[in-house]
Design a protein around this ligand. Sequence first.
Ligand code: GLN
Length: 548
Amino acid sequence: MPTEPDTGYDPSLGNKFLFVTGGVMSGLGKGITAASVGRLLKNAGFDVTAVKIDPYLNVDAGTMNPYQHGEVYVLKDGGEVDLDLGNYERFLDEDMTFDHNVTTGKVYQHVIENERAGDYLGKTVQIIPHVTDDVKRRIREAADGSDVCIVEVGGTVGDIEGMPYLEALRQFAHEENEDDILFAHVTLVPYSKNGEQKTKPTQHSVKELRSIGLQPDVVVGRCEDRLDAETKEKIALFCDVPTEAVFSNPDVEDIYHVPLVVEEEGLDEYVMERLDLGERALPADQRDTSWRDIVTGEQEGSVNVALVGKYGLEDAYISIHESLKHAGLELGVDVERTWIHSEDFADGYDGQLDDVDGVIVPGGFGSRGTEGKIEAVRHVRENDVPYLGLCLGFQMAVVEHARNVLGLEGAHSTEIDPDTPHPVIDILPEQYEVEDMGGTMRLGTHETDVEPGTLAHEVYGDTSCVERHRHRYEVNPEYIEDLEDAGLVFSGRSNNRMEIVELPEHPFFLGTQFHPEFRSRPTRASPPFVAFLEAILETDRVPGEVEA
Ligand code: GLN
């Protein structure tokens, strides 16, 4: 029963919770497994949400280097979060908020603020109960309004950083009804040299869990293949779960097929049964099958899209990769993605893009590789190669036009060249006076007015669009008229901010100051990505045949 008044405990909320921990090593795809279960529960008619716990001391992911941690994902409310939240949004097709990412930095910051405000009435402030209470409160608040809340604890059981969270979950389970909480442990089942599935790492990580008072209800074995019956029995015996609570999660070619495997294994049904949701679930023949239909759709032929960026790491641009996949699924074409280092253009164009069908310049910060991005834009503009510029890619398209069409030598963004004679991209007008960079970014969802009769209008099929933002610099209003006289069209605006740029005399040249990749879902591909691929499919240009 609840003892602390401020945990937000309210049994009438009636939420169900699936707690997901990881064993043996990180990077097993625990989040994808959890999101897949969530998708299946949603297909069965439940409102599903998710909380990702990141046991690091950063307050948010905004300051984290994409090269180490992968992309910073942006939520509708402007929260800068771990890329796993992106997976939850894509799988569940539900919008999360900043509160759905719990970090140690956030929790401690809040507890220390309370302590400074005297809220603890002279008590010694401790991990138990003050930190654990705050964790429980956050989980309950994020779960509010959903039927099922999936709570994934990042990292691996045994990590020092994760301990307060596991303790919080232990307490949480005591405070709720038994059939409202289920613990799933996702672990690695490796092969020995002689091809045997080994359960010892799993046994050890479950032992670790039990030593802190947690007994998993379900064990999911990540393995190259399905687990043998004998492996499942062994895990059941040593980990003290019924054999039917041990599930395989074999490698699949495409992460979007994980829900199909999870369904075949019956993990979703087991979770519903144990959470006493079985009777409320839609009968099998009435469940939503759109996910399966979309991800197993036929794909004919393929197109090759180059991403000209600075990080050669798929995770750093994961939402763009996924958006291309979604658009490919919608159009029935496979999209091959090639990464080209923007620094490869240091000595100018030398055939780097000859074999690709379309080019994306993604978002980015700082000056490294920007000349290469500008060079890539020059090439696609002059050679009618379909182009999609996202945020920094939008800004570099403007810079390229200013330099090479308008003739403004040395034009640049003041982010990259503070002394440029032609600051066509500059810090946000209302922030000219701001010295401190912290908190000056334009973040999250904003509406853009779309000019009728333009490519942007065709793309969105509407005179407005709503997309997510994450940037600090924008088109300098003083140059707009000259740039438009030189052929650029600013077809999307939000008051005085330029949001979309295009080139009418080009098969497809579109730049967006916002990031459409954060709203793309397998079940709802992003319009600019779909239009970009459509243009590639329509264009007569043969890759490799570049006009002289
Ligand atoms: N660095 C640029 C800015 O701050 C672009 C940001 C981005 O691409 N996300 O405006």
